[in-house]
Design a protein around this ligand. Structure first.
Ligand code: BG6
Length: 467
């Protein structure tokens, strides 16, 4: 499938956090690999000329690691800068001038969502939107209604096919591999259903707190910040059916169907927690009831998954920083041997900090007795994610490939799932920083044997292949 490549990149919020931490490093990497070659126009409300914008870019990049001089020279040569207020029409006139002859620009809105409508209308008034694409960042609203309103403002000026919504989890290498491993092998599909799977867990644990983002976070909380998007995307990839066909929407269609099968949360399926000391974080309301931890039980109402519980945990100030998906299989139909090791068969997808796909199995301990032990067969194990998510996603947006971007219907379906938990929030329970969240979350999974807590060291490689 060929797409039309963008012939200029305009990024709004050029001096902001996202630009500094993600966009500049991604651009540098793409230029170093020779993957892109186009004018790069930064737009912000900071009095700067082009030279000081180049200096800003260099300092920003240096703050995040060593800078390849040759790649930076390519970046500096392509940079342009437009200073301006998004509320002033003249700003968009200057953007039009900076675009010169570009006829298929890409606009990246690295700005707060409440500025989206003003910016897209400003672009449209100057005719900059024709044949253009627009990239927008999460949060896509704060509930279903606001997400739809936000989308309405984008659709005033861009068709859905030109709107690229970023969820950076979809750009992560191990997330791609989750889909690849599922559908590039024949052995998984026969057991990937309610007949063989007993339950599954997704844990997105972070050992740090709100890290200076108290004001933003207090208005959002864990469910809006990471569950509605990153974690439900992972659940959709874990549970979706194989894509039918090869067009760009084949995968997104199946992902959408997976979201639609997830039952909206009921109060009994949600436990919220808040780490002790959160209310004293800068920017946080001293009486805040915002959750920094959420444990959920999700039901997937499809023929494939009916009756299989999917447990989710996401939280800050937990013992480790690690993201893992673990699918637990049912026990063998009949116990042939006494005292089987308690750890069941499972498939584990470890996304961070190291990356692994592994299978939990039982083998016999050498010797007279027919007793066994648990081992983990490691299919793939690497020390980390090789390609940064933003490199992949920005490259894809410039190439015009929408496969890894989130469609409007997926966003709405994901809001529909979490909305009951937002509308009538359950009580928030305090937990100790460095613990696995409030004790109340244990009751949620009790019937399925308790949580499986990821550890920071790599899974033990008793039998290893690849890597
Ligand atoms: C962001 C959230 O979307 O994802 C943060 O706003 C969270 O709160 C981050 O820390 C996690 O991303 P990653 O790639 O570090 O796992």
């Amino acid at each position: 499938m060929t797409h039309q490549h963008s012939d200029a990149l305009v990024f709004f919020g050029a001096t902001g956090d996202l630009a500094r931490k993600q966009i500049f490093p991604a651009l540098l990497a793409l230029l170093r690999r020779g993957q892109i070659d186009l004018p790069i126009i930064g737009v912000a409300r900071a009095e700067m000329d082009l030279e000081s914008f180049r200096t800003f870019a260099r300092q920003t990049l240096e703050a995040h690691g060593s800078v390849d001089g040759a790649a930076f020279a390519k970046l500096a040569a392509r940079l342009r800068y437009v200073n301006g207020d998004y509320n002033e029409a003249a700003t968009f006139g200057r953007i039009k001038d900076a675009l010169g002859g570009a006829s298929h620009p890409l606009f990246y809105l690295a700005i707060p969502p409440d500025a989206f409508a003003t910016v897209v209308r400003g672009l449209a008034r100057w005719g900059c939107h024709a044949n253009a694409r627009v990239v927008v960042e999460k949060p896509f609203g704060r509930d279903l209604a606001s997400a739809q309103a936000l989308n309405g403002s984008l659709l005033e000026c861009f068709p859905e096919s030109s709107i690229f919504r970023i969820d950076h989890y979809l750009g992560k290498e191990p997330v791609q591999n989750l889909l690849y491993f599922r559908f590039a092998n024949a052995f998984l599909e026969p057991i990937w259903n309610r007949d063989y799977v007993r339950s599954a867990e997704i844990t997105m644990a972070e050992s740090f707190g709100v890290a200076g983002r108290g004001r933003f976070y207090d208005d959002v909380g864990a469910i809006r910040d990471v569950v509605q998007n990153h974690v439900l995307e992972l659940l959709a990839l874990l549970t979706m059916d194989p894509p039918a066909g090869y067009d760009v929407d084949a995968r997104r269609n199946e992902k959408y169907r997976a979201f639609r099968a997830m039952r909206p949360l009921s109060p009994a399926d949600v436990v919220r927690g808040q780490y002790r000391g959160y209310r004293r974080e800068q920017g946080v309301d001293p009486e805040s009831n915002t959750e920094t931890f959420a444990a959920l039980r999700v039901h997937v109402d499809s023929w494939r998954w009916a009756g299989v519980p999917f447990y989710i945990r996401a939280g800050k100030c937990l013992p480790v920083t690690a993201t893992e998906l673990r699918v637990e299989l049912k026990p063998p139909p009949k116990e042939v041997f006494d005292r089987l090791p308690p750890i069941p068969n499972y498939v584990r997808f470890r996304l961070s900090p190291d990356v692994a796909i592994s299978l939990g199995a039982r083998v016999k301990v050498p010797g007279e007795a027919m007793t066994g032990e648990s081992v983990e067969l490691i299919v793939r194990h690497t020390s980390g994610d090789e390609m940064r998510a933003y490199e992949r996603l920005l490259g894809d947006a410039i190439d015009g490939d929408p496969t890894l971007f989130v469609r409007e219907d997926e966003v709405s379906a994901a809001w529909t799932i979490v909305e009951p938990a937002l509308r009538a929030p359950s009580p928030v329970h305090e937990y100790e920083p460095g613990s696995w969240g409030p004790a109340e979350s244990d009751a949620l999974i009790e019937a399925d044997g308790g949580w499986d807590n990821p550890t920071v060291s790599a899974p033990s490689a008793l039998t290893a292949a690849g890597g």
